[in-house]
Design a protein around this ligand. Structure first.
Ligand code: HEM
Length: 279
């Protein structure tokens, strides 16, 4: 069951070329949706204008080598290990959802492009297709029922829906119905689950303009740019982090020694006082 390619059974009814055409159409929809999203929200224009503004406020120039090392750290921290999440539960759930999705997409392509398209053609890819879908369901349902901010912190019910939930719900529906289809192949229920699988995946890939899908492309760029603004000293116009015991800082802000003494305790970031349980 877990190693028998479900798309091979499907090939009796739907030609392999039609399945491949569907995948290509989904890739085009994601590409088109992301480009239209950027044009519509003017996000790319804002991003580059903001980057130019930051350059004008830069205190120093960031060298090419430094940029490469910041890009590598963005890749290893924010992209590959979801390092932006302070709440460990959110981080682990995001890792399951993200890697589950990547594995599911890659193995779907491997199975559909198998030549010949036979049940036993891609046992490893098929096994990982099931594992990827299960990983996404684990991370996604955990997020949906227990971690989502409005549910966990604001006490809203898990079934209160808003448009922004389109992404997580279509992700969950796609992988849930893919698994149900695979387990019920051949029967009438199998066809029902297959139809729901295709419907939800079309909403997932066709709904990029309205959902949070494109964050997987935008977030890495934003995380990299944030590191650049820290490195070049422009800091998005935020004040520097001062050492409150430094006499130069006392000269700049005389009220510090007046009210807090010459050696004030470093109390750290206010935002870190409470452990990040919700956000
Ligand atoms: C295969 C790729 C990915 C998948 C399937 C995925 C999935 C998700 C999901 C389901 C959420 C919760 C959305 C919601 O609130 O409804 C989320 C949020 C988030 N993701 Fe991803 N993600 C992916 C890639 C990435 C990458 C590459 C980054 C960063 C470099 C990233 C950073 C974030 C951040 C910071 C949030 C929280 C902020 C927000 O909710 O907008 N994700 N992601």
């Amino acid at each position: 069951m877990f190693t028998s390619n479900p798309f091979a059974d499907l090939a009796n009814v739907i030609p392999q070329s039609a399945m491949q055409a569907y995948i290509i159409l989904m890739i085009l929809l994601v590409f088109g949706g992301t480009v239209i999203d950027m044009i519509h929200k003017k996000s790319a224009k804002f991003f580059f204008a903001n980057a130019e503004k930051a350059k004008l406020n830069a205190k120093r120039e960031v060298s090419g080598g430094e940029k490469v090392s910041l890009a590598v750290s963005t890749l290893t921290n924010e992209v590959l290990t979801s390092g932006e999440f302070s709440n460990p539960k959110r981080r682990i759930s995001h890792l399951f959802t993200m890697y589950g999705f990547i594995i599911f997409v890659i193995t779907t392509v491997m199975q559909i492009w198998a030549s010949p398209l036979a049940a036993d053609a891609t046992p490893t890819a098929t096994l990982w297709w099931h594992i990827g879908a299960a990983m996404l369901c684990f991370g996604g349902y955990w997020f949906w029922f227990f971690i989502r901010v409005d549910v966990a912190a604001e006490g809203r019910a898990w079934y209160d829906l808003v448009k922004a939930d389109l992404f997580i719900l279509s992700l969950l529906a796609t992988c849930t119905f893919a698994l149900l289809w695979s387990f019920n192949r051949g029967g009438n229920m199998g066809w029902l689950f297959f139809a729901l699988f295709i419907l939800s995946s079309t909403i997932l890939f066709g709904g990029v303009l309205w959902s949070k899908f494109a964050h997987m492309f935008f977030k890495p760029a934003a995380a990299f740019q944030k590191k650049i603004t820290k490195a070049d000293g422009s800091r998005e116009n935020l004040p520097a982090t001062y050492d409150l015991t430094d006499p130069k800082v006392h000269a700049l802000f005389p009220d510090i020694p007046e009210y807090m003494g010459k050696n004030p305790e470093n109390m750290g970031l206010g935002i870190k006082r409470e452990s990040p349980n919700h956000y």
